[in-house]
Design a protein around this ligand. Structure first.
Ligand code: CTP
Length: 406
């Protein structure tokens, strides 16, 4: 994908990996992209403004309160006059400040002011990377639409080994190319995504639910929207932020989910990622069930409607592409192949949700894509990467050429 004439604002923070940034700028310029750099004061300890200025053939911006910079180019304009903001290396400190919405230097001010997509290439020591604070910050940023490339595994400058190495310049270039290849690819396409668990009431305070976090469905809705699809997300209760540029409809029960999905038709593609409860209580109690009213309560259950199967059998309103998930704990692929047939959908993304896989509620998953043509095993990857890959596959299936080739 060509990134010729694309304007990149590269924010270089203070990590040893900053030494790779002049090479990154050089690779971008080789492809005809323009790169303008903001260098944090910590970043300037690792790479000089002069070397970045030389390779970018542009001024390097370093100070928030430099009066000359502000009069020549305000920090707001700096962040807006770019097609993409790339943060490399995205240090633990900068990710934390981004997640907190701080604006205490030029880098964070530009990041807070930008209305452009942001791609972060994290780089830090493995323990800093694994720290729950860093992981929580990263999740927050991803929920808000920040895209991430890397980090990779390997030897670290500090002598340790593990996750935390910044992606190589060519990997970052590939991720930038993918952002633009996807952008606008689904313009004119209508998408519907279900996400999260359902809550089936037992009485006014209790309900039957499941462990779904909604991460996968929300990531898919965000990715489809970034690719330009007019996206509706019908979601059960989650702790996640609404993905940017997505119309969100909140429901609690499976029957409400089905009604909201029906109202959202017609769409071109439907992705059912929700962990829909299979049953609801036939007659939820109007008042809180009390222990002293004698004996253990008996819950009579009724089967819930199947949202995926209903969409797949919607006759004239059937989306062109109906995609489901299969959450399995054994015989993952065989069950998924059967589920694809029994539900009448086009594709099933099967994943193993046994407790030891950490898939339910976790960040990573291993997908087996079951289509009419067979089974494709995807490597273990983040749910966000699954979402991006699925978006590409949807665009391919709908015959949508990459953005700049249209
Ligand atoms: N699904 C749905 N409505 C339901 C149940 C499931 O839309 N009432 C969808 C899910 O969103 C998912 C697919 O069907 O895309 C498979 O869900 P899964 O929980 O794996 O399977 P179930 O149909 O619930 O079957 P089982 O619990 O027997 O494995």
């Amino acid at each position: 994908m060509s990134i010729k004439d694309i304007r990149i604002l590269l924010i270089v923070a203070g990590g040893i990996a900053a030494y790779k940034c002049p090479d990154l700028v050089r690779r971008l310029r080789e492809r005809g992209a323009r790169a303008r750099c903001i260098l944090t004061s910590a970043g300037a300890e690792f790479v000089t403004p002069l070397s970045l200025a030389a390779v970018s053939e542009d001024k390097v911006y370093t100070e928030l309160f430099s009066l000359t910079d502000e009069s020549e180019m305000g920090h707001i304009r700096l962040s807006r006059e770019a097609d993409l903001v790339v943060v490399a290396p995205a240090t633990a400190d900068l990710l934390a400040r981004m997640a907190a919405g701080m604006a205490n230097d030029l880098a964070t001010t530009a990041l807070l002011a930008t209305d452009k997509p942001v791609l972060a290439a994290p780089a830090m020591n493995v323990r800093m990377w694994e720290h729950p604070a860093t992981q929580a910050n990263l999740r927050t940023l991803i929920e808000r639409g920040v895209q991430v490339v890397g980090p990779g595994e390997g030897d670290m400058a500090c002598g340790e080994w593990g996750m935390g190495r910044m992606a190589e310049p060519l990997e970052i270039v590939a991720a930038i190319e993918a952002v633009f290849a996807r952008r606008g690819r689904l313009r004119g396409v209508r998408a519907l995504v279900t996400s999260g668990p359902t809550w089936e009431p037992i009485d006014p305070v209790r309900f039957i639910a499941n462990r779904s976090s909604g991460r996968q469905g929300h990531a898919i809705a965000g990715s489809l929207a970034r690719a330009g699809a007019a996206t509706t997300l019908v979601t059960g209760p989650t702790h996640l932020a609404d993905p940017p540029a997505v119309q969100v409809i909140r429901i609690e029960t499976a029957r409400e989910m089905l009604a909201a999905c029906r109202e959202s038709l017609p769409v071109d593609v439907a992705v059912c990622a929700a962990a829909v409860g299979d049953w609801h209580v036939s007659a939820p109690a109007m008042q809180k069930l009390k222990k002293e009213r004698g004996g253990l309560p008996t819950l009579a259950l009724e089967e819930n409607p199947d949202v995926l199967a209903t969409l797949a059998a919607a006759g004239n309103s059937r989306p062109t592409l109906v995609i489901g998930f299969a959450a399995e704990t054994e015989n993952v692929v065989d069950n998924a192949v059967r589920k694809r047939r029994s539900k009448g959908c086009d594709w099933i993304l099967a994943n193993d949700v046994s407790p030891d896989t950490g898939t339910f509620g976790g960040d990573r998953t291993t997908i087996h894509l079951v289509t009419g043509d067979g089974v494709e095993d995807w490597p273990r990857m983040t749910k966000v990467d699954v979402a991006e890959r699925l978006t590409d596959r949807v665009a391919d299936a709908l015959g949508r050429p990459p953005a700049q080739a249209q």
